[in-house]
Design a protein around this ligand. Sequence first.
Ligand code: MRU
Length: 366
Amino acid sequence: MLPPGVGQWRLSMQEVSLDIAVSADSAIVWQDERLYLLDQRLLPGREVFIECTDVQGVAQAIRAMVVRGAPAIGISAAYGIGLAVRARHLSDPLHWREVLEADYQTLAEARPTAVNLFWAIAHMRRFIASIDDTDPAARVLAEAIEIHRCDRADNRRIGEFGAGLIEGPTAVITHCNAGGLATGGWGTALGVIRSAHAQGRIHQVYADETRPWLQGARLTAWELARDAIPVKVIADSAAPARMAAGGVGWVIVGADRIAANGDVANKIGTYGLAVAARHHGVRVLVAAPTSTIDPETPSGAEIPIEQRSADEVLQYAGQRIAADAVDAWNPVFDVTPAELVDAIVTERGVIEKPNPARLAEHLAGE
Ligand code: MRU
């Protein structure tokens, strides 16, 4: 099954089969010194890996949505830099650091909104500056593995902190996919949902289908069903009606970038969900690691919003559905103002009613 609306979508990368049990935690696999990405464009119909042999391949996989979700994009970029160091040091042991600049640039151009990509590039750049020339590839790749491991551990903490906010049992609505597939494992929004469900605080999840890539219908529902967490897919436009029908306590979503004032960029449709939630007295929880908070971006107005091809909305399952002369507007993220967010949950704890001072204090803490 191809994501509907993506008519020009093509598989242009080398598929490989791996001898591992595929799960929501195997979006990014580092095995035998090689990087494999689970092709999320094909889920849930096919479980196929793409091998990325160089940094260009990683950037292409990010751009093409083989790997997606802010933390997963950052982790993949960190491995990509490891692959770049391996290649650059092998071909020029004296000047490998200088030529790496082009590789950082290639990665930075892959997608603009998820700040975790730029966080990972900056982190790896600092790490590389701190090491000498003795076997740098092994050390840089070990650092990528460490970023991957930390993200998994952070998501467990986010899950526990977030679950503590939910007085259940209640139903919740989530949007897009902020699960194991979008992270190093376990998930941010789905980490909260997993922990809260295990504690009996959530009895039903409504997953917005998330037009046009259908991350909710294809990925979130797949993840939750595999964990036997009750999930129903709803059309994005059904969410306000579901809130009006009662029984929904929280909207729980991830984030691609949180500005210094607490404005949240996330998958297109999150803003409308938050507006509807406020109208219906439903609370909004944003779950994200601190690497998603961008203190350099003062407010949501300065967050670059990715625009993708019009075909993604003008086509359905590869077939054009709109008249030939018609164009489309396809921003794939929107900004939810901080005033519509009840809590931001990170691996460090909870920021209730986020504002610039509370975010700064949270980032300054250990
Ligand atoms: O376009 P995508 O699929 O990369 O968008 C993903 C989202 O919007 C997620 O909600 C966000 O990255 C958080 S993932 C933990």
